[in-house]
Design a protein around this ligand. Structure first.
Ligand SMILES: [Zn+2]
Ligand SMILES: [Zn+2]
Length: 222
Protein backbone atom coordinates (compact mmCIF):
# COMPACT_ATOMS: atom_id res chain seq x y z
CA UNK A 1 0.00 0.00 0.00
CA UNK A 2 1.93 2.99 -1.28
CA UNK A 3 0.00 5.44 0.91
CA UNK A 4 1.85 4.08 3.90
CA UNK A 5 5.22 5.06 2.43
CA UNK A 6 6.70 7.93 4.33
CA UNK A 7 4.45 7.52 7.36
CA UNK A 8 6.07 6.69 10.70
CA UNK A 9 6.80 3.07 11.44
CA UNK A 10 3.71 1.42 12.84
CA UNK A 11 3.58 -1.22 15.52
CA UNK A 12 0.24 -2.47 14.25
CA UNK A 13 -0.62 -4.82 11.43
CA UNK A 14 -3.60 -3.55 9.47
CA UNK A 15 -5.47 -5.54 6.89
CA UNK A 16 -8.49 -4.43 4.86
CA UNK A 17 -10.96 -7.01 3.61
CA UNK A 18 -13.64 -5.75 1.26
CA UNK A 19 -16.86 -7.67 1.88
CA UNK A 20 -20.53 -7.85 1.01
CA UNK A 21 -22.91 -6.44 -1.61
CA UNK A 22 -21.79 -2.82 -1.33
CA UNK A 23 -18.05 -3.42 -0.93
CA UNK A 24 -17.62 -2.55 2.73
CA UNK A 25 -14.11 -2.50 4.19
CA UNK A 26 -13.76 -4.69 7.25
CA UNK A 27 -10.46 -4.13 9.06
CA UNK A 28 -8.32 -6.53 11.00
CA UNK A 29 -6.01 -4.60 13.33
CA UNK A 30 -3.38 -6.75 15.01
CA UNK A 31 -0.41 -6.47 17.32
CA UNK A 32 2.31 -8.59 15.69
CA UNK A 33 4.04 -9.10 19.04
CA UNK A 34 1.13 -10.34 21.17
CA UNK A 35 -1.07 -11.58 18.26
CA UNK A 36 -4.01 -9.72 19.83
CA UNK A 37 -6.46 -8.44 17.22
CA UNK A 38 -9.60 -6.36 16.83
CA UNK A 39 -12.07 -6.65 13.98
CA UNK A 40 -13.65 -3.38 12.89
CA UNK A 41 -16.95 -3.41 10.94
CA UNK A 42 -17.30 -7.11 10.05
CA UNK A 43 -19.99 -6.35 7.49
CA UNK A 44 -20.38 -9.69 5.72
CA UNK A 45 -18.50 -12.83 4.65
CA UNK A 46 -17.85 -14.16 8.14
CA UNK A 47 -16.07 -17.26 6.82
CA UNK A 48 -13.53 -15.13 5.00
CA UNK A 49 -12.89 -12.99 8.07
CA UNK A 50 -12.54 -16.06 10.26
CA UNK A 51 -10.15 -17.54 7.71
CA UNK A 52 -7.92 -14.47 7.93
CA UNK A 53 -7.96 -14.60 11.71
CA UNK A 54 -6.93 -18.25 11.62
CA UNK A 55 -4.32 -17.74 8.90
CA UNK A 56 -2.66 -14.94 10.87
CA UNK A 57 -2.90 -16.85 14.13
CA UNK A 58 -4.70 -13.82 15.57
CA UNK A 59 -6.43 -13.87 18.92
CA UNK A 60 -9.61 -11.84 18.38
CA UNK A 61 -10.18 -9.75 21.51
CA UNK A 62 -13.06 -7.49 20.50
CA UNK A 63 -15.25 -6.28 17.63
CA UNK A 64 -15.63 -2.53 17.25
CA UNK A 65 -18.40 -1.00 15.11
CA UNK A 66 -18.13 2.47 13.60
CA UNK A 67 -21.92 2.52 13.19
CA UNK A 68 -24.87 0.19 12.80
CA UNK A 69 -25.69 0.26 9.08
CA UNK A 70 -26.30 -3.29 7.93
CA UNK A 71 -23.26 -3.38 5.66
CA UNK A 72 -20.94 -2.87 8.67
CA UNK A 73 -22.48 -5.40 11.07
CA UNK A 74 -23.70 -8.33 8.97
CA UNK A 75 -21.02 -10.82 10.05
CA UNK A 76 -21.05 -9.98 13.77
CA UNK A 77 -23.29 -12.89 14.81
CA UNK A 78 -21.39 -15.51 12.82
CA UNK A 79 -17.96 -14.36 14.01
CA UNK A 80 -19.07 -14.25 17.65
CA UNK A 81 -20.75 -17.63 17.32
CA UNK A 82 -17.59 -19.17 15.86
CA UNK A 83 -15.18 -17.71 18.40
CA UNK A 84 -17.23 -17.58 21.58
CA UNK A 85 -17.40 -14.63 23.90
CA UNK A 86 -16.12 -11.65 21.91
CA UNK A 87 -17.30 -8.23 23.18
CA UNK A 88 -18.94 -6.04 20.50
CA UNK A 89 -18.77 -2.28 21.04
CA UNK A 90 -21.11 0.31 19.50
CA UNK A 91 -22.02 3.91 20.31
CA UNK A 92 -25.19 4.16 22.37
CA UNK A 93 -26.86 6.45 19.79
CA UNK A 94 -26.74 3.68 17.16
CA UNK A 95 -28.24 1.01 19.39
CA UNK A 96 -31.77 1.50 17.99
CA UNK A 97 -30.52 1.27 14.42
CA UNK A 98 -28.61 -1.92 15.28
CA UNK A 99 -31.85 -3.38 16.63
CA UNK A 100 -33.66 -2.52 13.40
CA UNK A 101 -30.84 -3.29 10.96
CA UNK A 102 -32.82 -5.85 8.98
CA UNK A 103 -35.80 -3.52 8.51
CA UNK A 104 -33.62 -0.56 7.55
CA UNK A 105 -31.56 -2.57 5.05
CA UNK A 106 -34.74 -3.67 3.31
CA UNK A 107 -36.43 -0.25 3.42
CA UNK A 108 -33.51 1.82 2.16
CA UNK A 109 -31.38 -0.57 0.12
CA UNK A 110 -33.77 -3.37 -0.84
CA UNK A 111 -31.25 -5.83 0.54
CA UNK A 112 -32.32 -8.79 2.68
CA UNK A 113 -30.05 -9.44 5.67
CA UNK A 114 -30.41 -11.36 8.92
CA UNK A 115 -31.13 -9.29 12.03
CA UNK A 116 -28.06 -9.32 14.33
CA UNK A 117 -28.79 -10.81 17.76
CA UNK A 118 -25.46 -10.29 19.54
CA UNK A 119 -25.83 -7.65 22.28
CA UNK A 120 -23.48 -4.68 22.10
CA UNK A 121 -21.59 -2.80 24.80
CA UNK A 122 -22.00 0.98 24.79
CA UNK A 123 -19.13 3.28 23.92
CA UNK A 124 -19.08 7.07 23.96
CA UNK A 125 -16.97 9.99 22.77
CA UNK A 126 -13.70 10.20 24.66
CA UNK A 127 -13.56 6.54 25.64
CA UNK A 128 -10.17 4.86 25.44
CA UNK A 129 -10.59 1.26 24.33
CA UNK A 130 -8.16 -1.48 25.31
CA UNK A 131 -8.68 -4.90 23.75
CA UNK A 132 -5.69 -6.95 24.84
CA UNK A 133 -2.80 -4.85 23.55
CA UNK A 134 -4.87 -3.03 20.90
CA UNK A 135 -5.97 0.44 21.93
CA UNK A 136 -7.89 3.31 20.38
CA UNK A 137 -9.58 6.57 21.24
CA UNK A 138 -13.28 6.90 20.40
CA UNK A 139 -14.42 10.09 18.70
CA UNK A 140 -18.09 10.78 17.91
CA UNK A 141 -18.71 11.98 14.34
CA UNK A 142 -22.51 11.95 13.83
CA UNK A 143 -24.37 12.99 10.67
CA UNK A 144 -24.17 9.87 8.50
CA UNK A 145 -25.51 7.91 11.48
CA UNK A 146 -26.43 9.33 14.91
CA UNK A 147 -23.98 7.14 16.78
CA UNK A 148 -21.17 7.07 14.24
CA UNK A 149 -17.72 6.98 15.81
CA UNK A 150 -14.18 6.83 14.47
CA UNK A 151 -11.37 4.91 16.14
CA UNK A 152 -8.00 6.66 16.44
CA UNK A 153 -5.57 3.79 16.88
CA UNK A 154 -2.85 3.79 19.47
CA UNK A 155 0.57 2.80 18.15
CA UNK A 156 -0.20 3.82 14.57
CA UNK A 157 -0.94 7.02 12.73
CA UNK A 158 -4.26 5.69 11.59
CA UNK A 159 -7.94 6.36 12.03
CA UNK A 160 -10.69 3.91 11.21
CA UNK A 161 -13.22 6.33 9.79
CA UNK A 162 -16.20 4.21 8.74
CA UNK A 163 -18.61 6.21 6.57
CA UNK A 164 -17.55 9.70 7.64
CA UNK A 165 -14.64 10.65 5.37
CA UNK A 166 -13.71 8.92 2.10
CA UNK A 167 -11.01 9.66 -0.45
CA UNK A 168 -12.61 12.62 -2.21
CA UNK A 169 -15.96 12.16 -0.52
CA UNK A 170 -18.00 12.04 2.66
CA UNK A 171 -20.74 9.76 3.98
CA UNK A 172 -24.28 9.97 2.65
CA UNK A 173 -26.69 12.02 4.72
CA UNK A 174 -29.89 11.46 2.71
CA UNK A 175 -31.27 9.18 5.41
CA UNK A 176 -34.17 10.11 7.74
CA UNK A 177 -31.69 10.81 10.55
CA UNK A 178 -28.86 12.08 8.33
CA UNK A 179 -27.45 15.58 8.84
CA UNK A 180 -24.98 17.02 6.35
CA UNK A 181 -23.90 20.05 8.39
CA UNK A 182 -23.41 17.93 11.49
CA UNK A 183 -21.23 15.52 9.53
CA UNK A 184 -19.04 18.27 8.06
CA UNK A 185 -18.63 19.88 11.49
CA UNK A 186 -17.69 16.52 13.01
CA UNK A 187 -15.15 15.76 10.28
CA UNK A 188 -13.52 19.16 10.82
CA UNK A 189 -13.49 18.84 14.61
CA UNK A 190 -12.49 15.19 15.08
CA UNK A 191 -10.64 14.19 11.90
CA UNK A 192 -9.01 17.25 10.38
CA UNK A 193 -7.53 17.96 13.83
CA UNK A 194 -5.45 14.77 13.60
CA UNK A 195 -1.82 14.86 12.42
CA UNK A 196 -1.80 15.54 8.69
CA UNK A 197 0.02 12.29 7.90
CA UNK A 198 -2.62 10.19 9.67
CA UNK A 199 -3.88 7.48 7.33
CA UNK A 200 -7.66 7.42 7.00
CA UNK A 201 -9.10 3.93 6.52
CA UNK A 202 -12.67 4.38 5.33
CA UNK A 203 -15.67 2.06 5.29
CA UNK A 204 -15.68 2.03 1.48
CA UNK A 205 -13.01 2.64 -1.12
CA UNK A 206 -9.28 3.26 -0.83
CA UNK A 207 -7.33 4.70 2.09
CA UNK A 208 -6.26 8.33 2.12
CA UNK A 209 -4.57 10.79 4.47
CA UNK A 210 -5.81 13.81 6.38
CA UNK A 211 -3.41 16.00 4.36
CA UNK A 212 -4.75 14.76 1.04
CA UNK A 213 -8.39 15.36 2.02
CA UNK A 214 -7.69 18.83 3.38
CA UNK A 215 -6.18 19.71 0.00
CA UNK A 216 -8.42 17.85 -2.42
CA UNK A 217 -11.77 16.92 -0.87
CA UNK A 218 -14.40 19.13 -2.51
CA UNK A 219 -16.74 18.81 0.50
CA UNK A 220 -14.16 20.36 2.83
CA UNK A 221 -13.09 23.41 0.85
CA UNK A 222 -13.90 26.96 1.84
ZN1 LIG B 1 -23.13 3.70 6.72
ZN1 LIG C 1 -21.16 1.71 4.71
Amino acid sequence: MTLLDGTPATTRSLEALTVGPIATNAYLVGDPTTRDAVLIDPGAEAERLLGRLRAGDWNLREIWLTHAHFDHIGAVDDVVEALGDVPVRLHVDDRDMYGAAKEIAWAFSGIAVAQPRTPTLDIAHGDELHAGSIGAAVRHVPGHAPGHVVFVLHGARAVMAGDTLFRGGIGRTDFPNGDHDLLIAGIRRELLSLASDTVVWPGHGPATTIAREVLENGFLQG
